[in-house]
Design a binder for this molecule. Structure first.
Ligand code: ATP
Ligand code: MG
Length: 164
C-alpha cells in the first residue's frame, strides 16, 4: 500500500502560506472549527492526485482554488500542492524511497504536474498511481457527505460502489 507521508500546500484555497502536514504511522485526525479548512485538505489531496473537475473540488473554476487573500492578505498567483508517498516497498514503479507528486495551477487554470520534480503529464501521474491502486475519483477518498449519500442510495447503486 502506498502510504501518505506528507502534504504541502502553498496558495491552495484557504492555505495562503506554505503549510506542511505530516502523516505519521497510524490514524491521523485533523480537527478544527467549521470553515477552518479541513475539507480543503481533502480537496488538496484529490487535486494533486489529478482530479479533473473543479466542482468536485468545491470550486466554480480551477482559478478559484488559488488563495484569494481572504480579508487581509494578498491573493496568491498560483496554487501548488505536493504529496509525498512512501515508496520503500516499491509499490510505485520508481526507484526511490519516496515519491513526490506536485501539481500547480496558475490564474488561467493551467495545470503543471511533476513527479519527483520532473515535469510530467497528467496521464503519467494517473498511470503511476494506478500501479498502487490510487485513483483521483476512486472510493479510496471518502469526502464529507459521501457517507450520507451511500446510506441514501438505492441498493443497486450501493452494490455498484461495493463492486468498484
Ligand atoms: P466544516 O467543519 O464546516 O466542514 P471545514 O473545516 O471542512 O469546515 P472548509 O470547507 O475546508 O472547512 O473551509 C472552507 C474555507 O475555505 C472557507 O472559509 C472559505 O472561505 C475558504 N476558501 C475556499 N476557497 C478559498 C480561496 N480560494 N481562498 C481563500 N479561502 C478560501
Ligand atoms: Mg468540511
Amino acid at each position: 500500500m502506498a502510504k501518505l507521508k506528507r502534504l504541502e500546500l502553498t496558495g491552495f484555497k484557504s492555505f495562503g502560506r506554505r503549510t506542511i502536514i505530516e502523516f505519521s504511522d497510524g490514524v491521523t485526525s485533523i480537527i478544527g472549527p467549521n470553515g477552518g479548512g479541513k475539507s480543503c485538505i481533502v480537496d488538496a489531496i484529490c487535486f494533486v492526485l489529478g482530479r479533473s473537475s473543479a466542482k468536485s473540488l468545491r470550486a466554480e473554476r480551477f482559478a478559484d482554488l488559488i488563495f484569494n487573500g481572504g480579508k487581509k492578505e494578498k491573493p496568491a498567483k498560483e496554487a501548488e500542492v505536493t504529496i509525498y508517498l512512501d515508496n520503500a516497498g516499491r509499490e510505485l514503479p520508481i526507484n526511490s524511497r519516496e515519491v513526490r507528486i506536485t501539481r500547480s495551477i496558475d490564474i488561467s487554470g493551467n495545470s503543471v504536474y511533476r513527479i519527483n520534480g520532473k515535469r510530467s503529464s497528467r496521464a503519467e501521474i494517473l498511470e503511476l498511481l494506478a500501479e498502487a491502486k490510487v485513483y483521483p475519483d476512486g472510493h479510496n477518498i471518502i469526502s464529507q457527505g459521501d457517507v450520507t449519500k451511500i446510506i441514501e442510495m438505492s441498493p443497486i447503486e450501493r452494490r455498484q460502489i461495493i463492486d468498484e
